[in-house]
Ligand binder design. Structure first.
Ligand code: SF4
Length: 627
């Protein structure tokens, strides 16, 4: 009998990986995780594997997966991270052992050649973009928008690949089709790198319309982000803008009131579409007026009658389009009309489902300055994961640096429906006791101006030490802006480079930070995770407040109500563990290497004064008692 997978993986790590990386050191946490992953891949089942920063968790699951020869889908949080996984880790390993891998993205990322060919520009800007894209289409191998330019062109909305507007094998471009060629690559490769949103979309599709290939193993990396990613994908999202886009595609009035859309040849439909437009405008006005101050929609939907009248009007428009456009249009146009009909139908279905509501789902209005929408999502994604994701694979590994609160997976396993999975938590191999100096600042209450002034003072004090970059993590945009106003100029006068989230793309700000030692970066939510800046470029981390979620967010509200209804304590069962996990993510930004040393300044005294505060400290510095 051949060697067990775990042994083969260990041999590979010791000989091949260590041989190719002169400064590689064997780490017990990595070996432990690799052994558990090997077992899960070999024997099947589900594993939740938490690995502290610096463990090398990517190799711990990739090596046994590759050596097993089984087909695997590895999912991560963002398209960016997919790129990193492929260009760094998979590329490195593929030089040591032969295997194939590829990246899979959502369909909308690929150019549709049929649509490109049928596109008619309506102004000079569109014409320029079109010419450029035709040129690119003749050269690109992938047709992936990311390979075109940093920014998607404005006409991308008219030329991307879309299931509803695709004739598949009957399309005359099928043999050159970028999307179907990508699907073939996904089918052939041993390892397919996907993202959580795509995993969610794929799981919602019926067996014969799945986009991702069948695989034995699913690895969810950045597993802590799966909950939010699935909540975004599953459910209903009806926006005012979304409906306007459908109608504009059908009629698209220009400045002179001439219709340029798909139905521009069907004069008898102009008034029907316009009257639906008016009805819809009115509906959203009423939504705004009636629901502006509602966090969630409970019980009978107050606009149920309006909503069902609207869905009736949409359905009758569909009938009108079907009867009056038959035989009138060319094949390309007919396909686009069919796609619009599917969208109209989905919208009408959504209005009805949202109006009725569903057990286990939460409904809420999203009313912002530029966006108005009605949403419905499952309170927890657990049933969806249990029913639609887990059964698709023999082995499922969910991994992240933050899945447990001091080794207790209870919180995450309940949300993700992974109660029956095996669990493993391996610590960070870093010597945090010697690498991190922690300080807790007292008397900073960010609810008042004085507290914000004190916080600004802390930032200036730390920056004045001029020993490296500073990342300041906020939980409130308002507090971040006010602190920025009090500090930016002073920081510049100190010869430093202050940057605030939103002033340029986050990636650019992080690149700038990596290059020097003088950046002082102010960041919100997304900077609490995924920031990887090593050495003196990130020397000091300032946590302005313990990251408790806003209890008015609809899903948070629904979850806390659900816990209360079942006799539980929402603070201890939900808010606290969620905040601890986020704190752990933030904390993990500072030490990225064995040689890194740095300071963490926590500006929220509750971590010391409240009984629950020790849960935060224990979770990040298990070996650093009495801080
Ligand atoms: S096969 Fe579908 S996606 Fe591909 S070019 Fe044709 S219509 Fe577009």
């Amino acid at each position: 009998m051949g060697l067990r997978l775990a042994q083969r993986a260990l041999n590979f790590l010791k000989a091949d990986v260590a041989g190719a990386m002169p400064d590689y050191e064997l780490r017990n946490p990595q070996i432990d995780m690799m052994e558990s992953c090997s077992k899960t891949i070999e024997e099947g089942g589900a594993l939740m594997a938490e690995a502290g920063t610096g463990t090398g968790k990517t190799f711990a699951y990739l090596i046994p997966l590759i050596l097993s020869g089984k087909k695997g889908i590895v999912s991560t949080r963002t398209i960016n991270l997919q790129g990193q996984l492929a260009s760094k880790d998979l590329n490195f390993l593929s030089e040591l052992v032969p295997f194939s891998y590829t990246i899979a993205k959502g369909r909308g990322n690929y150019l549709c050649l049929r649509r490109l060919n049928a596109f008619r520009a309506e102004n000079d800007k569109e014409a320029d973009e079109y010419t450029d894209l035709v040129n690119w289409a003749s050269q690109t191998e992938t047709g992936d928008a990311e390979d075109y330019k940093l920014k998607k062109p404005l006409i991308w909305k008219d030329i991307y690949s879309e299931a509803d507007a695709c004739r598949g094998k009957k399309c005359s471009y099928y043999n050159q089709c970028f999307y179907f060629k990508a699907r073939q690559r996904w089918g052939k490769a041993q390892i397919v790198v996907a993202n959580h949103a795509l995993i969610g979309i794929n799981a919602m599709l019926s067996e014969d319309s799945k986009i991702l290939p069948k695989a034995d193993v699913l690895v969810i990396d950045e597993g802590h982000a799966l909950d939010n990613a699935l909540s975004e994908q599953i459910g209903i999202n009806l926006s005012k803008r979304g409906f306007e886009n459908i109608l504009n595609k059908l009629l698209k009035p220009d400045e002179r009131g001439n219709y340029k859309g798909l139905l521009s040849k069907s004069q008898n439909l102009f008034s029907v579409v316009e009257s639906l437009r008016t009805e819809m405008e009115l509906f959203w006005d009423v939504v705004k007026r009636e629901l502006e101050h509602r966090k969630t929609i409970k019980g009978t939907f107050a606009l149920a009658n309006f909503s069902s009248a609207l869905s009736f009007s949409i359905r009758s428009l569909i009938e009108d389009i079907r009867t009056s456009t038959m035989g009138l249009f060319k094949e390309d146009e007919e396909l686009e009309i069919k796609a619009s009909i599917i969208k109209l139908k989905t919208y009408a279905d959504g209005l009805e489902t949202l109006s009725e509501g569903m057990d286990g789902f939460v409904r809420w209005p999203e009313i912002e300055e530029k966006r108005i929408a009605l949403r419905m999502s499952p309170i927890y994604p657990r049933d969806f994961i249990r029913e639609n994701i887990i059964p698709e694979y023999n082995s499922v590994i969910v991994t992240s640096a933050t899945l447990s609160v001091s080794g207790d997976f209870g919180f995450t396993e309940k949300i993700l429906g992974l109660e029956d999975s095996k669990k493993l938590s391996v610590p960070s191999p870093f010597d945090l006791r010697n690498q991190v100096a922690m300080e807790i600042k007292k008397g900073i209450n960010l609810l008042n101006g004085e507290g914000i002034e004190r916080l600004a003072g802390v930032i200036i004090d730390e920056a004045s030490k001029k020993d490296g970059g500073i990342l300041t993590l906020f939980t409130s945009r308002d507090v971040m802006k006010k602190t920025w106003e009090l500090t930016a100029e002073k920081l510049r006068n100190l010869g430093l480079n202050p940057m605030i989230q939103g002033e340029m793309p986050s990636r650019t700000m992080l690149d700038i930070m990596r290059e020097g030692k003088d950046s002082v970066l102010f960041g919100l939510d997304s900077f609490w995770e995924g920031v990887d800046v090593k050495g003196d470029s990130l020397k000091c981390l300032i946590i302005t407040k313990l990251p408790f979620e806003v209890p008015t967010e609809p899903i948070v509200l629904a979850r806390t109500e659900d816990i209360e209804k079942n006799g539980g304590n929402p603070f201890y069962e939900y808010s606290l563990p969620r905040a601890v996990l986020k704190f752990k993510q933030g904390f993990g930004r500072l030490i990225r290497l064995k040689t890194d040393k740095g300071r963490i300044i926590i500006c929220d005294e509750r971590i010391k004064t409240k009984a629950y505060g020790k849960r935060f400290l224990e979770s990040v510095l298990q070996d650093k008692k009495g801080v």
